[in-house]
Design a protein around this ligand. Structure first.
Ligand code: BTN
Length: 309
């Protein structure tokens, strides 16, 4: 019923009375009023005037209805512990390839290396569940693809000079705009699912976040639609990964990703759970590993870790 009321409000730019809506839908005005209240709680701006209702804004509501064609695969929560936990549960229960779990807020948002990820209202927090038919050794390609697809979306659709940082973050002027982490489960030496968790500072406040962060709103001076961003990202990711087979379509993904990176040539510190190493990032190889020139001139291959410029 809410969806039908929303469609009516969206199809008219003018005020429409509760009575007209109730006539169209064959329900009482009280029912209409109850669902209007529910839509407001979801974040839709609906004005009440003496003559009726008018949809004032729907530009930043995260609801499956804002993703035509993907309604069944996008699950939106107003508050959740972590989208990673909910996504893992859904993946284990067999949800389809390209399912998304998104939340307005996370009480226990997780970052890499067990850090917390501050998840205040206004940011975009989601986990994408994918089921590529590949061995686990190739799963890194999908993480690089997610980072590449989001950077390209930010650059081309939102005019934000996004740069990728190894392994998968996105920065602007060295401040963190996007954080990414992924989890994977395997079965019989093949990937069962890969869950890619992404947090984007969209319209949320980034003051006090460490390391220094920046939001799309701070960069552009205006609010952006999270649904538009997520939708454009999913379209690019799906197009680039193509028919999920052996991951062959992604052979060139690391070199495509490298076109947007500021990591190569920088002095970096790599932190893993066991150690911290410093040196100059000289390349990212075709397996996604970072090649680091240490202070003694030796090259070390780093396959995972957090990277600081
Ligand atoms: C990092 O940079 O340390 C990775 C941050 C990843 C944050 C996202 S927000 C959506 C998803 N749910 C989580 O709990 N974490 C990821």
């Amino acid at each position: 019923m809410k969806r039908r009321i929303l469609d009516i409000l969206k199809s008219r730019n003018e005020i429409i009375s509760g009575e007209q809506i109730s006539d169209i839908l064959g329900v009482s005005r009280v029912t209409v009023w109850k669902h209007i209240k529910g839509l407001r709680e979801m974040g839709y701006g609906i004005a009440s005037t003496p003559k009726g209702y008018r949809l004032e804004n729907d530009f930043d509501v995260l609801s499956p209805w804002e993703f035509p064609g993907r309604e069944k695969s996008i699950h939106c929560f107003s508050e959740i512990g972590s989208t990673m936990d909910a996504a893992r549960e859904m993946a284990r229960k067999g949800c389809p390839h390209l399912t998304v779990v998104a939340a307005e807020r996370q009480g226990k948002g997780r970052g890499r290396l067990d850090r917390a990820w501050v998840s205040e209202k206004g940011g975009l927090y989601f986990t994408l569940i994918i089921r590529p038919e590949i061995p686990p050794q190739l799963s890194f390609r999908f993480n690089f693809c997610a980072s590449w697809a989001l950077a390209q979306t930010l650059r081309e659709d939102f005019d934000i000079p996004a740069m990728v940082k190894w392994p998968n973050d996105i920065l602007v002027k060295d401040c963190k705009l996007v954080g990414m982490l992924s989890e994977m489960e395997t079965r019989s030496d093949m990937v069962s699912f890969v869950n890619i968790g992404i947090g984007v500072n969209v319209n949320n406040d980034t003051v006090g976040i460490e390391p220094p962060a920046v939001s799309m709103q701070e960069l552009t001076g205006r609010k952006s639609s999270r649904a538009e961003l997520l939708s454009a990202f999913l379209d690019r990711f799906e197009k680039r990964t193509g028919q999920i087979g052996q991951g062959d379509d992604l052979e060139k993904i690391v070199s495509d990703w490298k076109k947007y990176t500021g990591t190569i040539g920088r002095g970096v510190r790599i932190v893993t759970v066991n150690e911290t190493v410093e040196g100059e990032a000289v390349d990212v190889d075709e397996t996604g590993a970072l090649l680091l020139r240490l202070h003694d001139g030796k090259i070390r291959k780093i396959i995972y870790g957090d990277c600081f410029y």
